[in-house]
Design a protein around this ligand. Structure first.
Ligand code: KG4
Ligand code: ZN
Length: 333
């Protein structure tokens, strides 16, 4: 069973070729350099770059030789124009090879990124599980009863976690994307009394990260000059507060639902401080915690291929019948 997938939901153009449980080919073109000067993803630039790069990556899959049996593309959520580029390419290839084409949910794909290990696909996940999906656009807590059975427990009321990292980095003069920069500066912190807090959304699994960003902005405003020491301390205090806030709701979910696994995935899940903190805490509750291999945390087509493989195995995949641009889809499965 040969699966080809296309991922173009945001600022990574990616294609994958999966053969049974082996990832044969996988390419990612990251656009981050092109968006850096705007300190965020510019949708128009993103779709133009996808249309420019996608066919070059597809060519590398050598599909004449590696004829696909199934095609998958990311259907949403994501940037409309970018998604459309991937969708059209998938439909064209599907029609050319006369094979079925499937639209896939990007967030569900992140969940399956943990099943990729050294280019092998392993059947790791044990259901039910809780997944925390944290990236530049999403901060969501899901209860996953089984393959394809999802319940949204909570999400952010304002900024996504990665977005908060990016905004705080900007406030203290660090580069975009802010996540890796903040992690790097925070790791240099030996000692600080500086504390920030993430306001708690009461009686809910929801998150809110705009409050902490405001605290940092007032702190920065009240300082005459931001020194290197300030940058290090602010990064540390911010990262610590955000990770603790993520943990509090996650712990609540683990306590209230009987689950075997916890999966933390998405671009922010690459953060080592977060990983160490979560492993230490979650292990105490006897639940097994998984993170993706660091090279599969950001957007990629390999995770989408694993998702389609799992869906086909369970006959849950729904073939795309037409190409109308209803890209506001948000239902999983
Ligand atoms: O999943 P992703 O690559 O793209 C989206 O779908 O959004 O996530 C990108 C986000 C950015 O906001 C970036 O700052 C954040 O992930 N990020 C990190 C780290 N590396 C990337 N956040 C915290 N720590 C990191 N090391
Ligand atoms: Zn993503």
């Amino acid at each position: 069973m040969r699966i080809v997938t296309i991922e173009t939901s945001c600022d990574e153009t990616s294609v994958a070729l999966l053969d049974e449980d082996r990832l044969i080919k996988h390419y990612i073109f990251s656009q981050v350099y092109h968006h850096r000067r705007y300190r965020g993803v510019v949708p128009e630039i993103a779709s133009r770059l996808h249309s420019e790069k996608l066919y070059k990556l597809l060519k590398k899959l050598d599909l004449q030789k590696n004829k696909p049996d199934y095609i998958g593309f990311t259907r949403g959520p994501g940037l409309k124009g970018s998604l459309l580029v991937g969708r059209i390419a998938a439909e064209v290839i599907g029609n050319y090879f006369e094979v079925p084409v499937y639209g896939l949910n990007h967030l569900e794909g992140h969940l399956y990124s943990v099943e990729i290990e050294n280019d092998r696909i392993l059947n790791k996940l044990k259901f039910p599980l809780i997944t925390l999906i944290i990236s530049g656009g999403h901060s969501e807590l899901w209860y996953v009863e089984d393959y394809g059975k999802y319940k949204l427990l909570g999400s952010t009321r304002d900024d996504a976690v990665g977005e908060a990292f990016d905004k705080v980095a900007k406030l203290i003069g660090l580069n975009y994307p802010g996540g890796p920069e903040i992690e790097k500066f925070a790791s240099k912190c030996k000692k600080t009394t500086l504390r920030f807090t993430v306001p708690e959304v009461k009686n809910s699994y929801d998150y809110s990260f705009s409050g902490i960003k405001t605290q940092v902005s007032y702190y920065v405003r009240d300082k005459k000059k931001i020194t290197l020491k300030d940058k290090i301390e602010i990064s540390y205090a911010f990262q610590k507060a955000v990770v603790e806030s993520l943990y509090r709701k996650l712990y609540l979910a683990v306590k209230n639902y009987k689950v075997y696994n916890v999966v933390i995935c998405g671009g922010v899940s690459v953060n080592s401080y977060l990983r160490n903190f979560m492993v230490e805490k979650i292990n105490k509750s006897g639940v097994r915690i998984y993170f993706p291999d660091k090279k599969y945390t950001s957007d990629n087509a390999a995770m989408m291929a694993v998702l389609l493989k799992r869906m086909l195995e369970r006959k849950k995949a729904r073939e795309e019948k037409n190409i109308e641009a209803d890209l506001k889809v948000y239902n999983w499965g």
